[in-house]
Design a protein around this ligand. Structure first.
Ligand code: FAD
Ligand code: NAD
Length: 481
């Protein structure tokens, strides 16, 4: 579809890949009347990931933290086309994108939707799109570091389908163990939940699982609840390494008080269908191999690039050394390209792969694309016939505009994490002048308010508050989905 501005200039086609923190922030802040905007994502909704760890146990319902892409595009200043598909190939020489129709949202290893056994409508519809500008915001997939057995036997926590899978498995192991007599080794194995990775994802999900055991399961199935054990395995000496040491120690203490078995200095080396095999380092430097049987394994060891990102990197010389994500300049332009931008977890920058960064990058890119359009518009005016002094004036303005293109500046507002038993930790930053590190119940209330504030829509804000009110009144539901 060719559309033009009033001055006859052809509108450029801007294709945005993904419907996550980066792409949706871009879309919400972009003047969509300046481009033909096409969004391509297999996920037809935005997912508020900060509350995803609360979903497997039912503290928050999944429907409360998702927002349809079309609810967002509907509010844009001009038409935005949304295609439910995944990009399978980017041709940076010919500015061409191949997409495959896909209703499947998966974390990236199994290649199938772990939450549903239904086949997708059609796996075969493939087509291509031409773009003038491309924004890659496809996020990352969970890392496995190629550790044998991880992709086959673990559950990740990245997508809605992962949360459904964890919940189903949790209910299955509880009910299966309940049939077996006390003291049976199989009962013990089933009632062992191992979480691998002591970053914020692992810590939050371990805390949420322990809450479920202590606050709900204990009322319904006290014997099973007392045997259900959550073990958090972390390769480094500490969990939550990005937080202040005081908060790391506080988290350790809370885990100890709530019976979460924290195994630091323990690196998982292999996984089979019943146990993780790990190497534990002692203080004297010696190491021993330990085997931890599990009924459910949740794997949360960070991010790895998606295949589409690896494929694009291999086609651009300047990206040949990009192992952990696309390399971009200070205006988020992909190194080695003049019309592909990238933002969020699919890039490798000096910033952590967080929603906070992706969100701010989206706002920046929306402003940058507006400035690029201003430049195009001015160039068109300069090339149109008219008096020379007008041309000189506009040429000066063009030089000024081009030199005033600002780089992306990240404003770190701090880090927050829920650690279970109604406690949270927060490392907050107020400008350049104040840092506050705090943990406890008050921080938990702050954590709740901050996440409510960050929700994308009023609908989500209300639904999340209602979910919290519901569990405060009736407890969490223990039935299978
Ligand atoms: P994503 O939000 O992952 O979005 C990627 C999008 O691309 C998705 O819509 C996906 O469907 C789509 N996509 C994938 N492949 C393709 C393809 N081939 N073609 C087209 N589209 C594709 N960060 C914080 O700052 N605070 C938190 O509290 C926090 N909590 C988190 C909790 C969890 C459980 C997790 C997993 C992450 C959390 N994060 C948090 C990190 C944060 O979610 C990510 O940094 C953020 O989602 C990155 O945004 P993104 O837009 O790059 O990617
Ligand atoms: P992460 O990269 O932050 O942490 C992964 C952890 O796994 C590391 O501590 C690492 O040492 C450990 N690990 C790696 N291999 C291991 C092995 N074989 N055995 C044992 N441990 C191993 O990953 P994440 O927690 O998934 O977070 C990903 C990103 O999302 C981060 O940038 C994080 O800040 C962000 N995030 C933020 C929040 C929040 O702010 N509350 C919540 C979730 C995620």
């Amino acid at each position: 579809q060719v559309s033009t501005f009033e001055d006859g200039r052809k509108k450029k086609t801007l294709v945005i890949l993904g419907s996550g923190w980066g792409s949706i922030s871009l879309l919400k802040n972009l003047d969509t009347s300046l481009y033909n905007v096409v969004v391509v994502s297999p996920r037809n909704y935005f997912l508020f990931t900060p509350l995803l760890p609360s979903c497997p146990t039912g503290t928050v319902e999944l429907r409360s933290i998702i927002e349809p892409v079309r609810a967002i595009t509907r509010k844009c200043s001009a038409e935005v086309i949304y295609l439910e598909a995944e990009a399978t190939e980017i041709d940076p020489i010919n500015n061409k994108l191949t997409i495959k129709q896909s209703t499947t949202v998966h974390s990236g290893h199994s290649g199938t939707d772990t939450g549903s056994s239904k086949p997708t409508v059609s796996e075969d519809i493939s087509t291509s799109l031409q773009y003038d500008y491309l924004v890659v915001g496809v996020g990352a997939q969970p890392s496995t570091f190629g550790i044998p057995g991880v992709a086959e036997h673990s559950t990740f926590l990245k997508e809605v389908s992962d949360s459904i899978k964890i919940r189903r498995r949790l209910m299955e192991v509880i009910e299966a163990a309940n049939i077996l007599p006390k003291g049976d080794p199989e009962r013990k194995r089933l009632l062992s939940i191992v979480v691998c990775g002591g970053g914020p994802t692992g810590v939050e999900v371990a805390g949420e699982l322990q809450d479920y055991i202590d606050q709900d399961l204990r009322k319904w199935m006290p014997e099973v609840a007392s045997e259900l054990k959550v073990t958090l395995v972390e390769a480094l000496p500490n969990v939550l390494n990005m937080f202040n040491k005081k908060l790391v120690d506080y988290t350790k203490q809370v885990f100890q008080d709530t019976n979460i078995d924290l195994r630091t200095n323990t690196m998982v080396k292999k996984v089979d269908d019943r146990a993780v095999i790990a190497q534990t380092k002692a203080q004297d430097g010696s190491s021993t191999t330990v085997e931890i049987p599990y009924g459910m394994l949740i794997w949360a060891t960070g991010n790895a690039p998606r295949p589409i990102v690896r494929d694009l990197s291999s086609k651009i010389d300047e990206q040949k050394n990009a192992r952990r994500g696309l390399l971009v300049d200070d205006k988020l332009l992909v190194d080695g390209s003049n019309n592909i931008f990238a933002l969020g977890d699919c890039t490798f920058t000096k910033f952590a792969p967080t929603a906070q960064v992706a969100f701010q990058e989206g706002i920046f890119l929306a402003q940058h694309l507006k400035r690029l359009d201003d430049i195009e518009s001015l160039k068109q005016k300069i090339s149109a016939p008219g008096p020379q002094d007008n041309v000189d004036r506009m040429s000066k303005k063009l030089v000024k505009l081009e030199s005033s293109l600002e780089p992306f500046k990240y404003n770190h507002q701090g880090s927050l994490a829920y650690i279970g038993s109604e406690r949270a930790v927060a490392d907050l930053v107020w400008g350049d002048w104040s840092n506050v590190s705090t943990g406890g119940t008050f921080t938990y209330l702050f954590w709740r308010s901050a996440y409510i504030y960050m929700c994308l829509s009023v609908k989500n804000q209300i639904l999340v508050c209602l979910d919290w009110a519901k569990i405060a009144m009736f407890g969490r539901d223990i039935s299978k989905e």
